[in-house]
Design a protein around this ligand. Sequence first.
Ligand code: GDP
Length: 446
Amino acid sequence: MFDTLSERLTATLRDLRGKGRLSDADIDATAREIRIALLEADVALPVVRTFIAKVKERAKGAEVSGALNPAQQVVKIVNEELIGVLGGETRRLALAKEPPSVIMLAGLQGSGKTTLAGKLAFWLRNQGHTPLLVAADLQRPNAVNQLQIVGERAGVTTFAPEPGNGVGDPVDVARRGVQHARDKMYDIVIVDTAGRLGVDEELMRQAADIRDATRPDETLFVVDAMIGQDAVATAEAFRDGVGFTGVVLTKLDGDARGGAALSVREVTGQPILFASNGEKLADFDVFHPDRMASRILGMGDLLTLIEQAEQVFDAEQSAATAQKIGTGELTLEDFLEQMLAIRKMGPIGNILGMLPGANAGQMKDALAQVDDKSLDRLQAIIRGMTPAERSDPKIINGSRRLRIANGSGVTVTEVNDLVNRFFEARKMMKQMAGQFGFGGGTRRQS
Ligand code: GDP
């Protein structure tokens, strides 16, 4: 998702680097490139127009700032406008003061509602809630059963109509589901509703009836990000027919161009709350406009990486490491911890996807060489060093290398490799952090 857009935007903005000042013609040319990139990514035309107009106006009127060079200024503006298009602040789920809260899911068939119901329930359960799934999709023959299966996987209960009573009335099932939650002290009810292949009136009426019967605290419009331009028309139809309070984007793992993600908030005025990016229960996250924007701009989702690292380390340590990366003061001890943390954070491929675009090639190559076995050896070598050597690897001369090699059962070449690779990685990370003026010494702008 967003790969092409990201590449084009990064390339366009990179072309500005090195220019001492930007003329209006430079800004117009950049705006034109950004416009093409957005249109190619399938972003809705009115959204593109507003976006470009704002970027141009702000870039031309930009004050000369001591902290930022002109290219950084434009990157900052584009980043801020992207965040705006994606919704600005992260919007959290609005729960009722008096439980149970009701979350109703609406969307086309195949948009990923049932899958999402399971993911949402799993996520809420992990946060200490006791969700109940309600199967009010009685249209698709297998829908109730599918919901029960995802419910079991997520470790939550599913309320479903008793079999054998004909098709049943989805509105009645939804109403009884909410009552059941109230009686049995579930604090959140997730109501899965029926979708059709296309927008039709009966579907809208049924969803509206379920809405009236359950009075949801949140009605989430679930939309497949891969349907491109159609997402906008579908969103408008659901907004007018049922109304919704938030959007969930699904299938962000697909290779679509991403226009839906960039259009739906602006066109409907409703925020994106969650993003789904795979078929597994855990492939789901709160949608953060700022992180998505920096990902699109090719600065990588460093925040997500840091947050994941925080789950492994404590927050203070992670912040300290991020600071050290920016200033190039990373030690071998930090280096080892980072590698071990990366290993705990999941498959290396997922993490690589979050790294910034511009220098990512080199970085990816460097990281790809790190498999679990070589990590064990690295760990042994670093453990064989004295604390002084770990914190100041420059002092590791020939005789120290020999001692470390003997002590950790490796060859001197391996010790050399490690030390050299460390210096290279430290330099690369520092460059990456400083690429757009972020991290380390230039913190005023972030
Ligand atoms: P519903 O008809 O709206 O309930 O849609 P389903 O939940 O049945 O999903 C339709 C198909 O999309 C299923 O094959 C899901 O496994 C798949 N799916 C749902 N969410 C995602 C996602 O985030 N990524 C991918 N790759 N597939 C998804």
